[in-house]
Design a protein around this ligand. Structure first.
Ligand SMILES: [Zn+2]
Length: 98
């Protein structure tokens, strides 16, 4: 059985024998300055953009589009549009007749 462990470097819970830390991207939103960029560990620039917006997402008025810049280790900068939308959740519970 493979041992699962929380990585002391990146904090990800993963297989101890095969884990490699995801690279850190610098991410900031169009409304902010590059000086306010956050370090986000992710598997791709797109993943970093989504994680950044998820992290900022504490307000439902935030629904819609966010433009973010992502810079990788080599200094390559990309610009992404991240959109958030609500989904409808259905739930069922039995109703008694009396
Ligand atoms: Zn790690």
């Amino acid at each position: 059985m493979t041992e699962m462990e929380r990585c002391p470097i990146c904090g990800e819970f993963d297989r101890k024998d095969t884990h490699t830390c995801k690279q850190t991207y610098l991410v900031w939103s169009e409304d902010d300055n590059v000086e306010d960029a956050n370090g986000v560990r992710a598997s791709s620039p797109e993943d970093a953009a989504e994680k950044f917006v998820r992290g900022e997402f504490d307000d439902f008025e935030y629904l819609g589009e966010t433009i973010v810049f992502v810079t990788d280790y080599g200094g390559n900068q990309q610009k992404f549009s991240v959109t958030a939308e609500q989904t409808i959740v259905f739930s069922v519970s039995e109703v008694s007749d009396d």
